[in-house]
Ligand binder design. Structure first.
Ligand code: 6PG
Length: 471
């Protein structure tokens, strides 16, 4: 039997689907998983194509043409290192390992350096789109050595989602660029998901005649058109077979997380880039997970009895229209925050990211795909060094047009007593960046008072310290 062009380790749904997608595009491939049942499923689902299953790492290496290209789609963390160690004895110089999981970018840097010492190539590749995307066309964010990428580029270009005939894959940059970009993609994903959840929370108070699912379906036809709005409409309409109620209402209100959103916040802190809407989304997942504490606080006498009554919503149509425009503005802010982090990290880490290219490959296949990414692509194509989307004329205009709706919506949330950390932070982000003067003068005065940290003055150059603030 002839040897395979592409190998995969990890035949869970993602790995199997990705490999079947490759086979479907005419590339011969071989998959390996410890679990015999997953290997059997691969052979069964891939029987009409050129797909093989390997029984061991040695068998996998033996079934691949050289130099070998082996992708890992296994859970991020220690398992990636363990799989690399299992493969190493069977590899030769010039072979290539591709990590397609959500690995932390520092792990990717470590692994690339470790394998380089052995003459083995390593690419850290972000893959977005979930199980369906893996099978039908994901968005792919490859990082590492350009030469190694060239070897697998034809495979990735064939399997990636297509928008206007163009594949949603592009070389991101050196080292950990691919995994860094995927991490920020997920940070934006967290923000958009939490904004949608907050919008749904507000819509839950609307009369029964207005179904939230219909509202989202309607929104998906316009400028909010996106994968996340589309699936929200579908999810909200699903009825639970057992109770006859909307299934979403039967789901426990504690959100899980695998860590990519938190990593985005941590990286942003390290780079000194504010991304408060993404941070808020991470915080809201954490608050949701503290279900017992929330219950105790809610149930305690102080909170259950002593709070003022919340103002009911009285004009739903105005609320919904405002909410639509507010969500649009807040989506822009979420992308703006993520992109500003990518811009700064690219400079500091020497990735050489092309933000227009990133927006372009996010237009299809990935979880944050949306109609507005085409305008984001155009904004960075016009000015590749744009530090913040809010500086782009078109987006500044869009924000200005929708600002009063965002302000009204945040007011509505506040007076209805519905938590809206992401909407509020998006508004505060716009207000802060568009304020010529912030109250940081007082912060500086306090720092000087208690720590002699000094301050600058508005009327003359130099650094000042006030020895005695009390007289
Ligand atoms: C994607 C998703 C994918 C995964 C997230 C979920 O782009 O396809 O982002 O990578 O669904 O890792 O992350 P949480 O478990 O942290 O929500």
């Amino acid at each position: 039997m002839s040897k395979a062009r592409f190998g995969m380790v990890g035949l869970g749904t993602m790995g199997r689907n990705f490999l079947l997608n490759i086979a479907d595009d005419g590339f011969s491939c071989v998959g390996y998983d410890l679990d015999a049942e997953k290997r059997r499923l691969l052979l069964e689902e891939g029987k009409q194509w050129n797909v093989m299953a390997a029984e061991s790492p040695a068998d996998l290496a033996g079934k691949l043409e050289t130099p070998r290209s082996i992708m890992l789609l296994v859970p991020a963390g220690k398992i990636v290192d363990a799989v690399i160690e299992d493969l190493l004895p069977h590899l030769e110089k010039g072979d290539l390992i591709i990590d397609g999981g959500n690995s932390h970018f520092t792990d990717t840097e470590r692994r690339e350096a470790y394998l380089a010492e052995k003459g083995i190539g390593f690419l850290g590749v972000g893959v977005s789109g979930g199980e369906e995307g893996a099978r039908l066309g994901p968005s792919i964010m490859p990082g590492g050595s350009r030469d190694y990428y060239a070897r697998v580029a034809p495979v990735f270009e064939a399997v990636a989602a297509k928008v206007d005939g163009e594949p949603c894959v592009a070389y991101m940059g050196s080292g950990s660029a691919g995994h860094f970009v995927k991490m920020v993609h997920n940070g934006i994903e967290y923000a958009m998901m939490q904004l949608i959840a907050e919008a749904y929370d507000l819509l839950r108070g609307t009369p029964k005649s207005l179904s939230a699912g219909e509202v989202f379906a309607d929104w998906n036809k316009g400028k909010l058109n996106s994968f996340l709005i589309e699936i929200t409409a579908t999810v909200l309409k699903k009825i639970d077979d057992e109770t006859g109620k909307p299934l979403v209402e039967m789901i426990l209100d504690t959100a899980g997380q695998k860590g990519t959103g938190k990593w985005t916040s941590q990286a942003a802190m390290d780079h000194g880039i504010p991304i408060p809407t993404i941070d808020s989304a991470v915080s809201m997942r954490q608050i949701s997970a503290q279900k017992d504490l929330r219950h105790d606080i809610w149930a305690s006498n102080t909170w259950a009895e002593g709070t003022e009554s919340n103002t009911p919503i009285n004009n739903f149509q105005v609320t919904i229209d405002n909410l639509h425009d507010a969500l649009y503005a807040a989506f822009i802010v979420s992308y703006a925050q993520g992109m500003s982090l990518l811009q700064a990290a690219s400079e500091e880490k020497g990735y050489g990211l092309d933000l227009a290219e990133i927006a372009k490959i996010w237009r299809g296949g990935c979880i944050i795909r949306s109609a507005m990414l085409e305008d984001i692509r155009a904004a960075f194509a016009e000015d590749s060094a744009l530090p913040n989307l809010l500086l782009n004329l078109k987006f500044a205009e869009e924000i200005k047009k929708n600002l009063s709706a965002l302000r009204n919506t945040v007011t509505q949330f506040a007076s209805a007593g519905i938590p809206a950390m992401c909407f509020s932070s998006a508004l505060a982000y716009i207000d802060a960046f568009s304020s010529e003067r912030l109250p940081a003068n007082l912060t500086q005065a306090q720092r000087d008072y208690f720590g002699a940290h000094t301050y600058q003055r508005i009327d003359k150059d130099g650094v000042f310290h006030t020895a005695n603030w009390e007289s």
